[in-house]
Design a protein around this ligand. Structure first.
Ligand code: NAP
Length: 472
């Protein structure tokens, strides 16, 4: 495919192969964009932002709703593209595409609800005779940088609210998975988005990222990706708004009164989908001593039945990891834990890009499989004695994106909700659950700012204050 800059599809002699992680075959190529391409995209987006700022909310609603309708008609095509470039099983590819429809639709609805409020100036000393209100205006040019693991829906979460809020947007998709974003760009143009309101620049983030993020014509960066790249972007961004959706090592607390079957189902469902390559994947399973063995007995068979293979095969439950080096890294961390006294309950084998669904027990918090973001198909099970210890372990991390507890005890559930420092807190389901309309984002090194169209629109607008001096 080609990239889209300044109102036209652009090719380059230098290409990047887009590779199917399942078998290494080249499924397409994209142009290798450079700094000049970024400059052209920003210059065009500045013009696009002027057009968008004048576009009525109802027109922005119509464009996004039409885009949602078009995507809904092409769910199978989008789902297949996601699976081919990213490697998640086809059911998950289709599900991501259907979530993309919801994200665009919710963004469309938000385009009609952008407003300020009146301010009671006369409640302040010296405020008598003043009347005023706030209004939200678009930021202008939004840079949207996305990760490989949800190549469509996470781009929708940036582009949908940016358009709803009346901005122009420049997409920089992950180099491993650029096709879904390019197809989304074409779809938005088909839905009636003005040509310069969207740009999609393909190319290595390490080469073109600084040119995009440091440019003062870009007024807002919305980034989803790893902690370290996010921190780097914050350094180069300078004085502009940023939203950072970063990594995590999500804890799950299993209390002694938990429904163990349900907890095991949830860990199996939320620890291994997309081969564990989800920012809110269940990673650290903190299990009460009294039910430790019973929980492992309940979990093990649910993990062992997960078949791996070609993600386009409907029977396959887990696909490959994005790159072989990531599967190698997961293997190294598991082996390192086992060498330091942890116990392999099931899994632990690698074949190319595939890493077998794995459970490691007796994990110590300082082991890398627990304290770093694993981002792979393994969970680390650790013992605890009481709720205070469980909460201390859950909080013993630089991250804070999502956390879960399994219990029937309301006091424990509320204590967990109050004391675990995390953006999302799930009670009686795993940490990997998201409705696309909800406020979503982390604390600590998991990032700042919120996604979810209503909340992202706030992040992608500026609040202005208008004050009339009416006299007496
Ligand atoms: P990544 O390596 O940080 O890459 C993310 C994006 O940043 C890619 O488009 C990448 O481009 C780009 N990039 C790289 N260097 C850059 C630079 N110097 N300036 C600007 N952009 C740059 O992350 P990933 O491996 O794709 O995704 C996995 C990570 O994302 C995990 O840590 C995961 O937890 C996190 N994540 C978080 C959420 C959330 O909502 N909190 C959701 C999904 C994923 P290239 O591909 O060209 O390198």
């Amino acid at each position: 495919m080609q990239m889209y800059i300044a109102g036209r599809w652009v090719d380059k002699s230098q290409k990047i192969d887009v590779v199917n992680p399942y078998d290494g075959s080249v499924i397409d190529t994209v142009p290798k964009g450079d700094k000049q391409d970024v400059d052209a995209a920003i210059a065009s987006a500045v013009r696009g932002a002027t057009v968008m700022a004048k576009m009525p909310g109802y027109d922005r609603f119509l464009i996004l709703r039409k885009a949602a309708d078009l995507m809904n008609e092409r769910l199978e095509e989008f789902g297949r593209t996601i699976t081919l470039e990213e490697g998640k099983v086809i059911a998950e590819g289709r599900f991501e595409a259907s979530r993309g429809v919801q994200t665009l639709l919710t963004s469309a609805e938000e385009a009609k609800r952008i407003h300020g409020e009146t301010i009671p100036f006369d409640g302040a000393p010296g405020g008598a005779g003043r009347f005023g209100f706030t209004m939200r205006v678009p930021c202008g040019v939004v840079a949207a940088i996305s990760p490989f693991n949800f190549p469509l829906n996470l781009v929708c979460h940036k582009v949908g609210p940016a358009i709803a809020a009346g901005n122009a947007v420049i997409i920089k998709p992950a180099t491993d998975t650029p096709l879904s974003a390019l197809k989304l760009t074409a779809l938005l143009l088909e839905a009636g988005l003005p040509p310069e309101a969207i740009q999609c620049v393909t190319g290595a983030g390490s080469e073109i990222g600084d040119a995009l993020c440091s440019d003062s014509r870009v007024r807002k960066i919305t980034f989803t990706g790893s902690r370290d790249v996010g921190e780097h972007i914050c350094h180069v961004a300078g004085l502009k708004k940023v939203t950072m959706e970063l990594g995590s090592n999500a804890p799950v607390i299993v209390m002694p009164d938990a429904d163990l079957n349900k907890a095991a189902d949830a860990v199996a469902a939320t620890g291994y989908s997309n081969a564990g390559q989800t920012c809110i994947s269940a990673q650290r399973i903190l299990t009460n001593n009294k039910i430790y063995g019973d929980f492992l007995d309940a979990l093990r068979p649910k993990v062992e039945v997960m078949t791996t293979g070609n993600p386009l095969d409907e029977k396959v439950k887990m696909g490959p990891m994005i790159r072989e080096k990531d599967a190698v890294r997961v293997g190294e961390w598991v082996e390192e834990a086992v060498r330091s006294g942890a116990r392999l309950v099931t899994g632990g084998e690698r074949h190319g890009t595939f890493y077998q669904p794995t459970v490691v027990a007796d994990v110590k918090p300082e082991m890398r499989i627990s304290c770093d973001e694993l981002f792979g198909p393994a969970v680390a099970v650790t013992r605890f004695d009481d709720i205070d210890q469980a909460i201390a372990l859950a909080n013993d991390t630089i991250y804070g994106l999502s956390a879960a507890i399994f219990t029937q005890n309301l006091d424990w559930a509320m204590k967990f909700a109050r004391e675990v420092y995390s953006g999302n807190l799930m009670i009686n389901w795993g940490p990997q659950w998201r409705a696309d309309l909800m406020p979503y984002g982390g604390v600590k090194d998991s990032g700042m700012g919120k996604e979810g169209p209503r909340y992202a629109v706030e992040e992608m607008t500026e609040l202005k204050l208008v004050c009339f001096n009416l006299g007496n």
